[in-house]
Design a protein around this ligand. Structure first.
Ligand SMILES: [Zn+2]
Length: 514
């Protein structure tokens, strides 16, 4: 007999439908899986046999099964087909009715005792199931909360294969899961409170000002200073002055985290703005994404949030250069032998590093022991095109003794900084709407800059002079204008004035010997 079960597969962050076809004929108890199965899928027959036995069913020894995963021209990876294969085998010999298999999708890994283990990408697969017209989807219990974010489809979370089989026989008996609605999300998001405050960081007024600019206009920044000057502390506090994620952003982010298997199984939804800080020893796949089963990397997991790269110059050159495309297009493309995948990656890059290999160039207390050759080699990893995409270079100096005793002023605390940032974002939201979509200052396209960032003739000629003096690229020229727009928004100015432009220029042209 023939049976068909519907399941899903991932292509990047989105899912497509996979039909698990099972045919049973006379033979010697073999299960053959075809349709480009990866190693984990090939091995599933052993798990499936044991799991079926644990539900007190016995596969007849004088039968042979062929399992086809269609479409047959895409590679199927991961153990998520265990549950649909088990259901297909049992339906093909008439042990369970095949009727409901056409309406209810299944995904889930099985353990030998029939327990159902979580898999990645369940949110995207549930969306795909709904769009394909399915009435329900059976998912592992631990993935229930994320699947239930999708409206218009019944989500049945199960912890054992037997429960799944019961649901296929009588769908009305299964418990249906309801997830976080848009309404509940608002309360959840407003409950996200960080105990990190910019007031904990003494001194560093300039760096804090730059942080408000990064948060308000989504500008990238590099902090340069000796070890222990507070660079990491500053970066960690940046999400605290950014607005909470919108519900739609949270769902999009959850899709990425679901593919990376990092979703919180209780809430099922990513509610806080990401702050990712990969170590410089991270692999290139870990940073930009990829691998045998393609997963989003740190840059995609920082989508809508912060990518903090401490010890920036310690990252391999290939890693640093791989940021070029995502910094420009807000997405990353991963080419593989059989397909090209794209993951979103709209993040604010906050890089930090020492000024030289020993860390004490320009330091007020310790003297630098590096030769000029060593210092040049140190900076050579950070290529021009990357620096070109970083709007702010900020010096974070060692604190003077006095700074340690003085409490930061109120406007250097998170509460006040946040207010300024929110004000600047509100101004952008009134102005930067193109084709119905809001664009942050840092992401304005060249055409859009001409519309919303007009400079007077005087300011334009000042900028042209500066561009000539510092050998700006066209990109850098535009970036200075975008940065000036953010400074004007923070100061409440309708038009960019000389102060705004000069401050933007001073951030870009600060010279650290590179
Ligand atoms: Zn040095």
């Amino acid at each position: 007999m023939f049976a068909r079960v519907y399941s899903g597969a991932l292509a990047g962050v989105d899912a497509y439908r996979v039909e698990v076809e099972v045919d049973c004929c006379g033979g010697i108890g073999q299960i053959n899986i075809v349709g480009l199965p990866g190693a984990a899928v090939k091995e599933s027959q052993e798990r499936v046999r044991s799991a079926i036995k644990s539900c007190d069913y016995l596969l007849p020894p004088a039968k042979k099964w062929v399992v086809n995963l269609a479409p047959a021209d895409t590679r199927k990876e991961g153990p998520l087909y265990d549950m649909p294969i088990a259901a297909g085998l049992l339906a093909s010999i008439g042990y369970i009715p095949a009727g409901n298999l056409s309406k209810i999708w299944m995904v889930g890994e099985l353990s030998l005792n029939g327990a159902v283990r979580p898999v990645s990408g369940v949110l995207s697969m549930t969306i795909c199931a709904r769009e394909s017209g399915a009435e329900g989807i059976i998912v592992p219990e631990d993935n229930g909360a994320e699947a239930a974010l999708v409206d218009g489809i019944k989500v049945f979370p199960v912890s054992h294969l037997q429960e799944a089989l019961n649901i296929l026989q009588r769908p009305e008996s299964g418990k249906v899961f309801y997830g976080t609605t848009k309404h509940r999300y608002k309360t959840m998001a407003s409950n996200v409170v960080s105990d990190l405050d910019f007031g904990d960081v003494k001194g560093q007024t300039m760096a804090k000002t730059a942080m408000t600019m990064a948060a308000a206009g989504r500008h990238n920044m590099i902090m340069i200073g000796p070890p222990g000057s507070g660079k990491s502390m500053l970066a960690e506090r940046l999400p605290g002055i950014m607005p909470p994620l919108e519900y739609e952003e949270a769902v999009e982010l959850t899709k990425l985290y679901s593919v990376a298997k990092e979703v919180d199984k209780k809430n099922g939804l990513v509610v806080s703005r990401p702050f990712r800080a990969p170590h410089h020893s991270a692999s290139i796949h870990g940073l930009v994404g990829g691998g045998v089963v393609p997963r989003p990397g740190e840059i995609s997991l920082s989508h809508y949030g912060i990518l903090f790269m401490d010890e920036f110059t310690e990252f391999p050159r290939t890693h640093i250069d791989s940021l070029r495309q995502p910094l420009e297009t807000n997405r990353v493309t991963i080419s593989r032998s059989m397909q090209t995948l794209t993951f979103p990656a709209s993040f604010v890059l906050i890089a930090a590093c020492n000024p030289c290999p020993c860390g004490f160039k320009n330091d007020s207390v310790q003297s630098c022991i590096c030769t000029s050759g060593q210092a040049m080699r140190y900076w050579s990893k950070v290529s021009g095109p990357i620096l070109d995409r970083i709007d702010m270079r900020v010096e974070v100096r060692r604190l003077a003794q006095n700074d340690l005793l003085v409490q930061p002023a109120p406007h250097e605390r998170t509460k006040w900084m946040k207010e300024r940032v929110f004000g600047a974002i509100a101004r952008q939201k009134e102005r930067n709407i193109f084709d119905g979509k809001f664009v942050y200052n840092a992401n304005l396209k060249h055409r859009q800059i001409e519309k919303v960032c007009q400079l007077t003739a005087d300011l334009k000629s000042e900028l042209v002079n500066a561009a000539h003096k510092y050998a700006f690229s066209v990109r850098a020229y535009d970036r200075v204008i975008r940065m000036s727009r953010t400074i004007a928004d923070l100061r409440g100015n309708e038009n960019i004035d000389r102060v705004d432009l000069n401050q933007a220029l001073s951030f870009r042209t600060m010279n650290f010997g590179f």
